[in-house]
Design a protein around this ligand. Structure first.
Ligand SMILES: [Zn+2]
Length: 180
């Protein structure tokens, strides 16, 4: 999965949140279309709206910090492609930070929509097992492998930002290996 896929996935999840809000705001009695939900019910639409605004602000701030004369940001989910196009001139480290930002937001969108599989699909950064579990209260992932805590000398908990950085670095390693 390359960065283009990451951008497309993040955009699709953002679009889904928008669809969720629209569905929640349907007037009473309107039964024209009920979206098929495969995950837990979405939280209050205000939470989703706040989240979408904050995510958008973060993408714009990140982009403008590196390219002050970037054109106006699109209002829809093409904002990730906009960010990518306007940060293409940056060095590897800064590009990596931008990619990790998109990966983290993509995970946040999915979790808000009730999809916790995004966390289970990440290997544990410490023990590399596939035993991560999302804790919605404290908002972190915890590794359920009992040997993992012993490896690192403490609880194996990971923020989404840490998982996103690990995800990004792991993809780069895979890409570098397949290029040689
Ligand atoms: Zn672990």
């Amino acid at each position: 999965m390359g960065h283009e896929d990451t951008i497309n996935t993040a955009a699709a999840r953002l679009r889904q949140l928008h669809t969720d809000i629209t569905a929640l705001r349907r007037p009473a009695g309107d039964t024209t279309r009920t979206p098929t939900r495969v995950h837990a019910p979405a939280p209050l639409d205000l939470d989703i709206l706040d989240h979408m605004v904050a995510a958008r602000d973060e993408v714009i701030s990140h982009t403008r910090a590196h390219k002050q004369d970037a054109p106006a940001a699109p209002a829809d989910d093409t904002i990730y492609a906009w960010m990518d196009a306007n940060t293409a001139h940056l060095d590897d480290a800064k590009r990596r930070a931008g990619r990790a930002l998109v990966v983290r937001q993509s995970m946040e969108h999915a979790l808000l929509a009730g999809d916790e599989t995004v966390v289970r699909r990440e290997p544990c950064p410490r023990c590399a097992c596939w035993g991560l579990s999302w804790q919605s209260g404290p908002q972190y992932a915890v590794c359920l492998n009992r040997r993992c805590a012993a490896l690192g000398g403490g609880p194996s908990t990971w923020s989404l930002a840490q998982l996103a950085h690990h995800h990004t670095a792991r993809l780069e390693t895979i890409k570098a290996q397949s290029a040689t």
